[in-house]
Design a binder for this molecule. Structure first.
Ligand code: OAD
Length: 235
């Protein structure tokens, strides 16, 4: 049985919870071009619009719940850890559905809707409500410098050292619900393979990097993930 597993999740794992994926929306994120709401330039051009956009996304988290895939991965993590192994969940998602499904160890490489930071003093904080251009930083009290802790295009993803370490040590790498269109996440399968891991893709359709996976299981994450977790835990 695999003892050291790295999971990479993407928007597809949250689709059945009611959060829209990116590539289905024709390059738009909730009707906005990504350049407008997911780049530092977009924020500089219209901070009011961008803060409002993330306030809506943050508030929308209250209307969705984890699905069977999030819950199955949390169970996998706790049971494999109880047996002395490890399951690292690396997610590209900015929602909190892995955690609300019960997962304890999750690396949000593209940031989190419920986190903010101050561009003046780099103070990071959990955040549940709205942020506006008038919100003062909790640490340095500067006004107008608090922004969502979301990794925008052109910025460096979070936790890359920990992710590289986990990829180099895992014996199984599993990619769930991601199109394989955005780097560096799209390259993780090749890194894991280079270090000798088995690789499995669980997705609705083959991703762009599908040829790098040893095995592919197509279907909705709410079906394929719990079934795969049962296999692993029984094995
Ligand atoms: P995408 O929208 O690119 O891809 C979602 C994938 O999930 C597609 O391959 C779908 O086929 C699949 N899918 C859809 N519904 C599914 C379901 N019910 N079960 C299983 N799979 C399903 O989303 P990501 O790959 O996560 O970056 O996108 C990567 C990054 O691009 C995002 O993190 C975001 C975006 O720009 C940033 O915000 C920095």
């Amino acid at each position: 049985m695999s003892k050291n597993i790295v999971i990479l999740s993407g928007a597809g794992i949250s689709a059945e919870s009611g959060i829209k994926t990116f590539r289905d929306a024709g390059g738009l994120w909730e009707d906005h071009p990504v350049e407008q709401v997911a780049t530092p330039e977009g924020f500089a051009a219209d901070p009011v619009l961008v803060q409002r956009f993330y306030n809506l996304r943050r508030a929308a988290l209250k209307t969705v719940t984890p699905n069977a895939a999030h819950i199955a991965l949390a169970r996998l993590q706790s049971e494999i850890r109880a047996r002395g192994g490890d399951v690292m969940i690396v997610t590209q998602n900015v929602d909190d559905l892995h955690e609300r499904g019960g997962a304890k160890y999750v690396l949000h490489m593209h940031g989190e809707l419920k986190r903010v930071f101050c561009t003046a003093c780099d103070f990071h904080a959990d955040w549940d409500g709205d942020v506006s251009v008038d919100t003062p930083c909790l640490a340095c009290r500067t006004v107008g410098t608090v922004r969502p802790d979301i990794v925008w295009f052109g910025e460096i993803p979070h936790h890359m050292d920990a992710i590289d370490r986990a990829l180099s040590q895992c014996d199984l790498f599993v990619s769930i619900g991601t199109s394989g269109a955005v780097y560096p996440a799209a390259g993780f399968v090749r890194v894991a393979k280079h270090y000798g891991a088995q690789t499995l893709e669980l997705n609705l359709e083959p991703s762009e990097g599908n040829l790098y996976f040893d095995e592919t299981r197509l279907g909705k994450a709410g079906n394929t993930v719990p079934a795969w977790v049962e296999n692993i835990l029984a094995g």
